[in-house]
Design a binder for this molecule. Sequence first.
Ligand SMILES: NC(=O)c1ccc[n+]([C@@H]2O[C@H](COP(=O)([O-])OP(=O)(O)OC[C@H]3O[C@@H](n4cnc5c(N)ncnc54)[C@H](OP(=O)(O)O)[C@@H]3O)[C@@H](O)[C@H]2O)c1
Length: 238
Amino acid sequence: MGRSLAGSRVLVLGGSSGIGLATAKAAAAAGAKVTLASRSNDKVNAAVAQVGSGAAGAALDTTNDAALEAFFSKDPEWDHIVVSVAAGRSAGLHDLSLQDAYGNMNAKFWTAYKTAKLATITPDGSLTLVSGYLSHRPNKDALLQGCINAALESLGRGLALALSPVRVNTVSPGLIDTPIRAAMPADRKKAMLDHAAATLPARRVGHAEDVADAILMLMTNPFTTGSTLFVDGGGMIS
Ligand SMILES: NC(=O)c1ccc[n+]([C@@H]2O[C@H](COP(=O)([O-])OP(=O)(O)OC[C@H]3O[C@@H](n4cnc5c(N)ncnc54)[C@H](OP(=O)(O)O)[C@@H]3O)[C@@H](O)[C@H]2O)c1
């Protein structure tokens, strides 16, 4: 049986939307004291209201090294940290500017690395990273995203050694219907989700709650560390 989250201090970076928000809600429902953070003050406030249960929020851009350092020096110890920060616009080799490419790596990979370096996590606690199955199924229109995800999965395995006995795991989602595609034209998005639902072995697209369930398992299972858990409806094998 997994450890209880009741009363534990849980931080979700990127917790104002999608997978992070679903994780914050699930952790709060399991009795955790949740803090969620992201760049937009409005999104943070709206998310805190949705999570309820005394959740706290912080407006924080994790690409800002000084701000991240100040944040972690204020809060001395966490039981569990989840890093669910999104990378930014995704595109193919010739369509993504180098500036955007560096920005994507900075937001998604370096946030995880810096968090591991700066945060103090209790010895029986955990750090969970969110990657994505493009790590194993490269897509030419999201080339860099796959590389960032692969780097994160490798980072998670290495951190499980470096931060031991803190457990470090990575959850690797497939296609999950979240606000990450808010800027995509509605018809293109619908066609993409319909196609996935028709062809994935699970016969549906993923929901943020599917991934949150897996993250809670990784947070609470005391014998799981250095793992990458795919929550992709069978996307890896189809
Ligand atoms: N949805 C999918 O299909 C899918 C598939 C595979 C992997 N993933 C991965 O899962 C993770 C979560 O994705 P999601 O679908 O939940 O996306 P989402 O709904 O867009 O949520 C992303 C979160 O990251 C925050 N964020 C972005 N840049 C930030 C920064 N510099 N500093 C702090 N917070 C920042 C956003 O809030 P602000 O805008 O307020 O900063 C938001 O809370 C991402 O890493 C994504 O690549 C998603």
